[in-house]
Design a protein around this ligand. Sequence first.
Ligand code: HMG
Ligand code: MG
Length: 309
Amino acid sequence: MSGVIRITDVSPRDGLQAESVVVDATKKAELVRRVEASGVDEVEVSSFVSPKWVPQLGDAAEVFDLIAPTKRDGVCYSALVPNVRGLEGAIVVNRDAREKHGVERLIDKVAVFTAASEGFSLKNTNATIEETLERFAPIIPEAHAQGLMVRGYISCIVKCPFDGDIPSSQVADVASRLLELGVDEIDLGDTIGAGTPDSIEQVLLDVIERLDGRALNDFGDPTLTLHLHDTFGNAGACIERALEVGVRSFDGSAGGLGGCPYASTDTKRAPGNVATLDVLDVVGNAGLTTKVNREEMVQASIYAGGLIG
Ligand code: HMG
Ligand code: MG
């Protein structure tokens, strides 16, 4: 195996979106700076979603304004957008950053998100899978016209807290639809951490077969990313298997913070993301490298943990 593995840290977004503690914008900005200082390729900073749905991230524009003056060359900043209104929020942030801080492009990538399960899609976005895809249709060309890359998340790739087991062919169907719509990257989310190395491999193989070489993008990034939550301690073994299959891009969260509020049920809270440090360790053990400085990520993880007590 060879290659430098691409690492996205999602702690400022996925890490903080479900916490009962609402972290103030200056601390979120500091988390972004510390995570970024570790050398990760991408930081998922926040979401332009309805503050009625996710009040914890209602300050996305403020956080971006705070980090604009310190953005490191080469790092990619991204944010979730569920609809055109969300994309407009991201565009306004970029315009303000240009005018106020002279930053040519603050947000580099927007992420649209759907699911392989109808139950989760409805809970998370009040829309069927088909309706989410209809929402994305105008977002993707406009994002590209603004010079933004587009990540397409698919949640519940193994199991849904409401619909149960999800066939991998269903994940491949949604991946194929997202690519037809023009996303630059597919991010496969094991939202409740139900995956095992075998089930994750099955999903990956089905998706890769369906993409059939169409997954090349213009931005030089690996196109398929894996986004794991770590409920049963299987995430490391799943990443190891994904590396063997050929995946070269992974999400992690400083301090293992995280979880989607709409993946929680009455009896079970959604689990945290796999810790970025764990991802680094698995990658290192496989003889591969990343651009991340482990000691800096240790410091960022301590800071992240301190934010939620
Ligand atoms: P809705 O209630 O059906 O839509 O929500 P609506 O159009 O009726 O809007 C409701 C209110 O929100 C309205 O305000 C809108 O104006 C406002 P009101 O008129 O009542 O005052 N609104 C917005 N405000 C700011 N920004 C916007 C926006 N859109 C509407 N963009 C909606 C539909 C999609 C908006 C809602 O369901 C939503 O925001 N959902 C987001 C849920 C979310 O963020 N979940 C977590 C992220 S996904 C995840 O964690 C999984 C992932 O990590 C991968 C994995 O682990 O699997 C990515
Ligand atoms: Mg997630």
